[in-house]
Design a protein around this ligand. Structure first.
Ligand code: COA
Length: 177
């Protein structure tokens, strides 16, 4: 039976657990679409424990974890800062990582994590949120479009030595943006 989902801001003590969960959840979603050597490089670069520990201390970065009982069911990482030219705001919040465990999809966990990021962006006066998502990840583009994001451009995404094409997407948080 499913247990209630609880959200919590991550801090330095969560580095090891977040690194393990991030590696597992990324591999679940993208492992079958990537070369094994590219995947290994990417996991070390963006989900390695040293990297996660540094990011947890970095200004403008925050992770929020969704727990089911004591297990990580998903997490979101947001970054405040400069945005690419296609984004209709000079400064915005980026959803840099959003992952839900493959065994827990379509239970509203992604929406809860996104709601949390939207609340943070509104609190801090940002006019919108942007992100980059692989063009073939129809599960993710479907989720973002259902949430209200729209496509505003394209970008290259490096995974190890391979290059994939992403959509840049934008969610306006006020009617003028
Ligand atoms: C994208 C992701 C975060 C969505 O998380 P989730 O918890 O399953 O999403 P939710 O249950 O909150 O879904 C909310 C709504 O989004 C839409 N949606 C979710 N998954 C979808 C899918 N596979 N296809 C189309 N629409 C989808 C639906 O409208 C859904 O509402 P419904 O279930 O009532 O129909 C999740 O699929 C995931 O982590 N995927 C693997 C990692 C990934 O690709 N992350 C994005 C990287 S950019």
């Amino acid at each position: 039976m499913n247990s209630p989902i609880r959200l919590a801001a991550a801090n330095a003590v969560d580095a090891e657990a977040l690194s393990a969960a991030g590696s597992r959840l990324f591999a679940q979603a993208y492992g079958k679409h990537s070369r094994a050597d590219d995947l290994a490089v990417h996991l070390e670069q963006y989900f390695g424990q040293d990297y996660v520990a540094r990011e947890l201390q970095a200004p403008g970065v925050s992770y929020t974890i969704a727990y089911e009982a004591d297990q990580i069911a998903g997490f979101v990482k947001i970054r405040h800062g400069p945005a690419p030219d296609a984004v209709p705001a000079a400064e915005a919040i980026e959803i840099q990582q959003l992952y839900v465990d493959a065994g827990r999809l379509r239970r509203g966990i992604g929406r809860m994590l996104m709601d949390n990021a939207v609340a943070a962006a509104r609190d801090e006066g940002y006019t919108g949120i942007w992100l980059s998502v692989w063009q073939d990840a129809d599960w993710a583009t479907g989720f973002y479009e259902a949430y209200g994001f729209r496509r505003i451009g394209t970008a290259e995404f490096r995974l190890g030595r391979s290059t994939f094409m992403d959509y840049l997407m934008w969610l306006a948080l006020d009617e003028n943006s």
